[in-house]
Design a protein around this ligand. Structure first.
Ligand code: TTP
Ligand code: MG
Ligand code: MG
Length: 401
């Protein structure tokens, strides 16, 4: 079982855009400010400039920050100054005034999140998403997944993620999820840590109880009041005593966790079979008399499906339509194309061809567009949509839409 967590994720994503900042203290936090927009423009007013050529000396610094922003994350060089997540920016400025401040770009973060997860599932398909920058991975059925306690596979995954995204991550491999989660922090950044069952006393027991995923601030405080700081101290408690303080299920779970026991499986979200959008009209529409309105709705549905595909990181080869007539009878048609797409105008064109194959004498009450035969895609692996799409297919089907 493995747990993988990206290193200084939001900050590392910004460093891809600004490689000139590599090795420098950088913090991500606060909202987007005027200085952030100004940074991207030539100072002489001649327009936007290449991010990678912006001189380091022109980036906004923490010492000049005024406001109530909080640090979301910091690069490892910044962490050496004691700066880190959840710290007020003006307080952090006292520790590291020379740190560069950048806002988070959520769209970019989500894009790289999809890309690194796709890189993993290409190698190890049983993966559980645990948020934007971390996942659990089941090594059990991956060929070679047991070699050197999992280190060989972990290295392969790190390498593939770095090649596809330019980002580094840290991986912990252990007999179960609980221990793997702790292990992934041991050799950050860009590290691998293997924890075996027999390492429990030496490696896990000295850690603070809060390192157990599931013991939050409140339980941590209560344990501290009871005189328990380390996992070892927790393991030494009688289970019944823990139950008397924390209740039956939490008490028993704490005891098991302190002994490194956890049998929860990696739960993969099942891959979607298809992605679709449909709409029921406010009034029944006729293919000829309401041609313009139907055409607009049809195009909008294709655009929505394309956006859903892009957001979820899929492309599909089977494109279909669904109709419901005024008398509630239904009809579906689909067509499979050679190369998977997530492009709205391609969807529109193929769905338009499907529409040619259904009777359209009667009024319609519902129209839907569906894409199936899905394949996960990393954004980078897709060709720019504009270069490949045949353009909007307006008016080409049946002379109707
Ligand atoms: P983390 O994995 O906790 O931290 P990190 O990736 O920045 O650094 P590390 O190398 O220690 O793993 O969180 C992932 C991202 O989530 C982080 O880059 C920013 C964001 N985040 C928040 O938005 N709020 C928070 O309180 C924390 C801790 C993180
Ligand atoms: Mg992280
Ligand atoms: Mg994380």
């Amino acid at each position: 079982m493995a747990h993988l967590d990206m290193d200084a994720f939001y900050a590392s994503v910004e460093l891809l855009r600004y490689p000139q900042l590599k090795g420098l203290p950088v913090v991500i936090g606060g909202g987007r400010r005027k200085v952030d927009d100004a940074l991207l423009q030539h100072p002489d007013g001649s327009g936007p400039r290449e991010p990678c050529f912006i001189p380091v000396s022109e980036f906004p610094l923490l010492k000049d920050y005024v406001g109530r922003g909080v640090i979301t994350t910091a690069t490892y060089p910044a962490r050496q100054f004691g700066v880190g997540s959840a710290m007020g920016m003006m307080k952090a400025a006292k520790l590291c005034p020379q740190a560069i401040v950048l806002p988070v770009d959520f769209e970019e973060v989500r894009k790289y999140s999809r890309m690194f997860k796709n890189a993993i599932t290409e190698i190890a398909p049983v993966m559980q998403d645990r948020g934007v920058d971390e996942v659990y991975i089941d090594f059990t059925d991956v060929p070679g997944g047991q070699r050197e306690g999992g280190r060989v596979l972990a290295r392969l995954i790190q390498k593939s993620i770095f090649e596809k995204t330019g980002l580094t991550c840290s991986i912990g491999v252990a007999p179960n999820r609980l221990l793997a989660k702790m292990a992934s922090e041991f050799n950050k950044p860009n590290g691998i840590s293997i924890v075996y069952e027999e390492d429990l006393q030496s490696t896990i027991w000295p850690l603070h109880v809060r390192k157990i995923n599931g013991i939050g601030p409140k339980a941590g405080e209560k344990l501290a009041r009871l005189g328990i700081e380390t996992i070892g101290q927790l393991a030494a408690q009688d289970e019944r005593w823990l139950i008397s303080h924390f209740g039956k299920s939490t008490g028993a779970w704490m005891h098991r966790a302190a002994w490194g026991r956890d049998d929860s499986p990696v739960v993969t979200e099942s891959e979607p079979v298809s992605i679709s959008r449909e709409t029921t009209f406010e009034r029944d529409l006729h293919a000829v008399h309401d041609r313009a309105e139907l055409g607009r709705i049809f195009t909008a549905l294709c655009e929505q499906v394309a956006q859903d595909l892009q957001r979820k990181g899929y492309a599909g080869r089977t494109i279909g339509i669904k109709l419901r007539y005024a008398d509630f009878r239904g009809a579906t048609r689909d067509q499979t194309i050679g190369q998977a797409t997530q492009d709205a105008s391609m969807l529109r064109r193929v769905a338009g061809q499907c529409l040619k194959r259904v009777p359209l004498q009667q009024r319609l009450r519902l129209l839907g567009v569906r894409v199936a035969s899905l394949v996960p895609v990393a954004e980078a692996a897709l060709h720019p949509a504009a270069a490949h799409s045949p353009g909007p297919a307006q008016g080409e089907t049946l002379g109707l839409f």
